[in-house]
Design a protein around this ligand. Structure first.
Ligand code: SAM
Length: 218
């Protein structure tokens, strides 16, 4: 930790990981290894199924997983539906691990910088989702419009997000009070919100702390 009088700067180094175990620990907060394993096993199919049905993902769909991490949801969608998924992540470590974890020619992991230069990444997307990501990004006011541009008109976007901001900085996690849901309403048409069932929330309180909203690209 730098001296307290040094200015606070955004730093995504908190997401640089070297092993799948380290990645899992950064992706889902839990009290211990057993709870983390349970959270991964219980939440992943539930969110995967929600993305599939809410976003209308079909075998022929091309899907954007913004902030893919290890690619747990990309893997679920590819294994279950057979669609193609492009995962975007700012962390080089996460991208390398995701390619191995998903282990499918239907998946590719792309750097955040490449996404910002061409959000459609060659062909545009039929659906997009960001799960526990936008609470961490430096510029949600730029990333949300970029996700909208990446989608084909009418394409759906599922946003799963902590109600508070957790921005990684040189001084640890910071809440900058940016209202991500308000920003999402600028780039997208809101369609509906979902309840996070308490029985899916392995870590008590996660359901209350999380917003789940579906949008459509105008
Ligand atoms: C809490 S993890 C969630 C991973 C994944 N969505 C999941 O639910 O398993 C947050 C991920 O967002 C990535 N991330 C943070 N800021 C990002 C940005 N500006 N662009 C893309 N990815 C970002 C991190 O590197 C990390 O992999």
């Amino acid at each position: 930790m730098p001296p307290a009088d040094e200015p606070i700067r955004y730093s995504h180094r908190l997401f640089e990981v070297a092993t799948p175990e380290e990645a899992r620990g950064h992706i889902l907060h839990a009290a211990d290894a057993a709870q983390l394993k349970e959270r991964w096993q219980v939440e992943t199919p539930w969110f995967g199924g929600l993305i599939r049905h809410a976003c209308g993902v079909l075998p022929e769909s091309r899907v954007l997983d913004f902030g893919c991490g290890l690619g747990r949801l990309s893997k679920w969608l590819i294994d279950t539906v057979g669609c193609r998924v492009v995962g975007v992540d700012i962390s080089e470590g996460m991208r390398k691990l995701a390619a191995d974890y998903v282990g499918s020619p239907k998946f590719s992991a792309v750097a955040y910088e490449a996404f910002r230069a061409d959000p459609a990444l060659g062909g545009g997307f039929d659906a997009a989702f960001a799960c526990y990501v936008l609470q961490h990004v430096e510029r949600p006011d730029e990333d949300l419009p970029a996700i909208a541009v990446a989608l084909r008109p009418g394409g759906r976007f599922l946003l799963v997000n902590a109600r508070l901001r957790w921005v990684p900085t040189t001084h640890g996690w910071v809440n900058d009070d940016v209202d991500v849901l308000a920003l999402a309403g600028v780039s997208f048409v809101g369609l509906q919100g979902y309840v996070f069932p308490p029985e899916i929330a392995v870590v008590p309180g996660t359901d209350q702390e999380t917003a789940i909203n579906l949008y459509r690209r105008p």
